[in-house]
Design a protein around this ligand. Structure first.
Ligand code: AMP
Ligand code: GLY
Length: 424
């Protein structure tokens, strides 16, 4: 088979690494890829947001399956466009990807299908939003309706903070069109949990559990990032909770989407808050988590490619995935300043010394290669140093032994990835 993976992050590196290992894969392309992905795939300089260009490339190269990593092209209809051109693509249609692309859509969907979520109201008027905030009080959560590159959510601890967030979105258009409507939500208290399932339109197969650390600072403090590290399994999600999540969230969602004419195919990633009153949905993502994928892929024993094909072909009901009983930890190395302003262009060394270790895999996110062959930092999140171990503590130890072999003075990372699981 000829496969094209779309994206350039460590999630896509992990997907390429797994797909390239499949006996079914003859040729693997990645658009646009990065300096790490180059080792597993042929990188082609296509823009992930140029749907026409990606479709044309897929036609020209007779691609058998396109695997879409990031949410942007999904929400913009890449899978629809490829399907119309007769090319199989893993990921939801634009209509189904609204589960991630529109917070308002998802909130209304949850109401229609009795899916537990935080109480909410929707606003396009700044004055009405502000009077609602004054009536509700803080803490309260303000969310831009559309995709805002992970920056559209403000967990406001004071009314003033909440009002500022509303003004930024609705009046100052800080998120462009994505912020023309805001969802204002009840603040939920509890431990967060993420849950991934593969879906073929009718059937959902859960993946192993994984949990990320979103905050930039140790102890989970400071501004939110795309994720500073992950661990798998996540002890917060036990067998019983898995069943509850499948029954109360995943199954009604798959059934509801199909009934409404938008069958969901691809991977669905639920962000949940485990509150004293049971789990509640924080958000849906229409794609694999990043850096959740890095730990999941390292633990996946089954061939990923037939599982992705089964989603596209509606054949998931007979599928079973096998997972390594070992645990995995991924430590993200990011450029100093991230998630705020950071510099690109510094040199990273030491990665090669880690190549021959089966328990360690370095997935590249924002990297390029200089003409002299050096690895150059080219983004905010730059490397996902991922390791296996008999339990989370040992996986964590292996991950940090590897991190300490990477020489990159312009980067930083958290030293405590996995602490919640280890404490349990
Ligand atoms: P989201 O982009 O929707 O995942 O939100 C980013 C983060 O904001 C989540 O991971 C939570 O930590 C936090 N958050 C979102 N909604 C709520 C809520 N209703 N109550 C408390 N925290 C929330
Ligand atoms: N790790 C969070 C996300 O992928 O959205």
């Amino acid at each position: 088979m000829k496969i094209l993976v779309v994206g350039s992050g460590a999630r896509e590196h992990a997907l390429c690494w797994a797909i390239s290992a499949s006996p079914l894969c003859d040729t693997l392309y990645c658009a646009p890829g990065n300096a790490g992905i180059e080792e597993d795939a042929i990188c082609v300089p296509l823009n992930v947001d140029n749907i026409q260009e990606i479709t044309q490339f897929s036609i020209d190269q007779s691609i058998d399956l396109v695997v879409v990593g990031p949410e942007g092209p999904l929400v913009n209809g890449l899978v629809d466009n490829l399907s119309s051109a007769g090319i199989k693509a893993f990921g939801p249609s634009a209509a189904a990807a609204q589960l991630e692309g529109s917070k308002s859509f998802t909130k209304e969907f949850c109401t229609r299908h009795n899916i537990p979520t935080a109480a909410y109201a929707r606003f396009t008027s700044c004055d009405e939003a502000i009077s609602y905030i004054r009536h509700q009080g803080a803490p309260i959560v303000i969310k831009a309706d559309g995709l805002a590159a992970g920056k559209g959510v403000t967990v406001a601890h004071t009314e003033a903070e909440a009002e500022k967030a509303v003004i930024a979105a609705l009046r100052d258009q800080a998120f462009g069109l994505a912020g023309n409507e805001v969802v204002i939500e009840e603040f939920l208290i509890g431990e967060e949990a993420s849950f991934h399932v593969l879906v073929d339109g009718k059937t959902a197969v859960p993946l192993a559990t994984a949990q990320d650390h979103k905050a930039v600072g140790e102890g989970d403090i400071g501004p939110n990032t795309g994720g500073m590290g992950t661990y798998s399994p996540a002890p917060v999600i036990d067998q019983r909770l898995t069943q509850t999540i499948m029954e109360q969230f995943i199954q009604p969602t798959i059934k509801g989407m199909a009934e409404e004419g938008n069958p969901y195919k691809g991977v669905l990633y639920a962000g949940l808050m485990i509150t004293p009153n049971g789990p509640k949905l924080i958000e849906y993502n229409a794609r694999f988590g990043d850096p959740e994928t890095q730990v999941l892929i390292l633990r996946l024993k089954s061939d990923l490619l037939p599982a992705l094909m089964a989603c596209v072909d509606g054949q998931l009901s007979s599928f079973d995935l096998r997972w390594d009983s070992a645990s995995a930890v991924c430590v993200v190395m990011a450029a100093k300043g991230y998630p705020g302003n950071y510099k690109k262009g510094s040199v990273i060394t030491g990665i090669d010394t880690l190549k021959d270790n089966d328990n360690i895999k370095i997935f590249h996110a924002g990297t390029t290669r200089s003409s002299e062959g050096q690895i150059i930092a080219d983004g905010g999140r730059v490397l996902g140093v991922t390791a296996l171990g008999a339990d989370i503590s040992l996986a964590q130890r292996n991950a940090y032994l590897a991190v300490d072999k990477v020489y990159w003075p312009e980067g930083f990372f958290r030293r405590d990835i996995g602490w919640r699981a280890i404490k349990k």
